[in-house]
Design a protein around this ligand. Structure first.
Ligand code: PLP
Length: 406
């Protein structure tokens, strides 16, 4: 079956909503994605028919919840081509990155070691490293970006060759620029020097079919809500041997082997990193979103998104005074832009009155904004359920707003 956006849109009930009396054009997908009926139904079914705590019950309901929870882990592991012991359920990409920074630095980093980040990172992939750097006296080095919003690979290589570099943490795709980083090539180069690589996959997982074994990253973090699943659930993938060498993140129920007042021994991964009652419904809902994607042709979805990107970029660029930040040849359908003399918030307010939802601000990338010479941008970000008509409405509304605000 060929790609049919109208058929796809029927799976997402919120898309037929109106916004300020106009049809909603939801173009804030990099912030959070909408949910298909199957995910919504799955959450309702869990709470109507399956809800109970996992791990401890012997009764049928608890067994059912446990089976569903572990099946969700299996679905996600299969989707990413890794094993279930390597999949840790967390609250989202932020928690996954905090866990990695905290636990990996405890087990493998020592005073004086250096961590490389890039100029285009989200605060979630900056602040946790700063916190552990302060605690353990680590250095942080930053790989710069080029004018087109791509990573300066030459500078990055230079940093990777420095003796004290022990870890690189970078985004697969920038949430502000849309740039797709060549992570496989970078990981190979880093591994040749025994450098551990953490990939922030928050923005890549909704757009591409990934094989983490092939990518060969050491850790990979993402959030369920950006991949058409529920909020409050996310995943940290880590290579088994690295996870087994790491101390727990939080202490409590379910993550232990034996507890006494003399001391505690811990369960193996993934339980070691999942202290307390997990977000069972969230995990099952995320697996349902992954099942939904498995039934789509991801290549067709990506081609559709790219046609929206190409159209919107070309047309927006024709607007006087408009500058697009990030023009990498390889990018996803995320367009950050500024218009000379126009405050992005004013622009977004006018777009909202036309039914169009975009985001403005620093997009949790203040260091990136500084390097772009702005404090905020307007950002339109597309998903496969967006239409060419919505892209046209965006261009028309930006044009109209610019003529009012300039
Ligand atoms: N990393 C990137 C690249 C992101 O875009 C985001 C969210 O926008 C995050 C990390 C943090 O995700 P969350 O807030 O879902 O934990």
């Amino acid at each position: 079956m060929t790609f049919n956006v109208d058929r796809i849109r029927q799976d997402f009930p919120i898309l037929s909503k109106s916004n300020r009396g106009k049809p909603l054009a939801y173009l804030d997908n990099a912030a959070s994605s909408q949910k298909p009926n199957c995910v919504i139904a799955c959450l309702a079914k869990y709470y109507k028919e399956q809800n109970s705590n996992v791990h401890r019950g012997v009764y049928a309901l608890a067994e059912e919840a446990e089976i569903e929870y572990q099946q969700a882990r299996q679905t996600i592991a299969d989707w990413l081509h890794v094993s279930t012991e390597e999949i840790i359920f967390v609250r989202g990409a932020t928690e996954a990155l905090n866990l990695t920074a905290h636990c990996f630095s405890q087990s493998k980093l020592k005073s004086g070691d250096a961590i490389i980040l890039t100029q285009m990172e989200h605060h979630a992939n900056i602040v946790p490293w700063q916190m552990v750097a302060k605690e353990k006296n680590l250095k942080i080095k930053v790989a710069p970006i080029m004018n087109d919003g791509t990573l300066d690979l030459e500078c990055l290589s230079k940093l990777l060759r420095e003796e004290d570099t022990k870890l690189l943490s970078l985004c697969h795709i920038s949430n502000s620029l849309g740039t797709i980083n060549p992570v496989e090539q970078i990981i190979k180069e880093a591994h040749d020097r025994n450098i551990t690589v953490v990939v922030d996959g928050a923005q890549s997982i909704p757009h591409t079919r990934l094989d983490l074994k092939k990518m060969d990253c050491d850790f990979f973090a993402f959030s369920g809500h950006k991949v058409f699943g529920p909020m409050g659930i996310g995943v940290l993938y880590g290579k088994k041997e690295l996870l087994q060498a790491m101390p727990p993140y939080q202490g409590g129920g379910d993550m232990i082997d034996q507890v006494s007042f003399e001391g505690t021994t811990f369960a193996p991964s993934p339980q070691r990193f999942e202290a307390g009652t997990p977000n069972v419904a969230g995990a099952i809902g995320l697996a349902s979103a992954i099942d939904y994607l498995s039934n789509q042709n991801m290549l067709e979805l990506a081609q559709h998104e790219d046609s929206l990107l190409q159209f919107a970029q070309t047309e927006l660029q024709k607007i006087k005074g408009l500058k697009i930040h990030g023009n990498a040849a390889k990018k996803v359908a995320v367009i950050s832009f500024s218009i000379e003399g126009v405050h992005p918030h004013d622009l977004a307010t006018l777009l909202d009155s036309e039914g169009i939802a975009i985001r403005t601000g620093h997009h949790c990338c203040q260091p990136l904004m500084e390097s772009l010479g702005v404090t905020s941008t307007a950002r339109a970000s597309f998903a496969f359920y967006n239409t060419m008509e919505e892209a046209e409405r965006l261009v028309d509304a930006v044009q109209k707003s610019a003529s009012i605000l300039c």
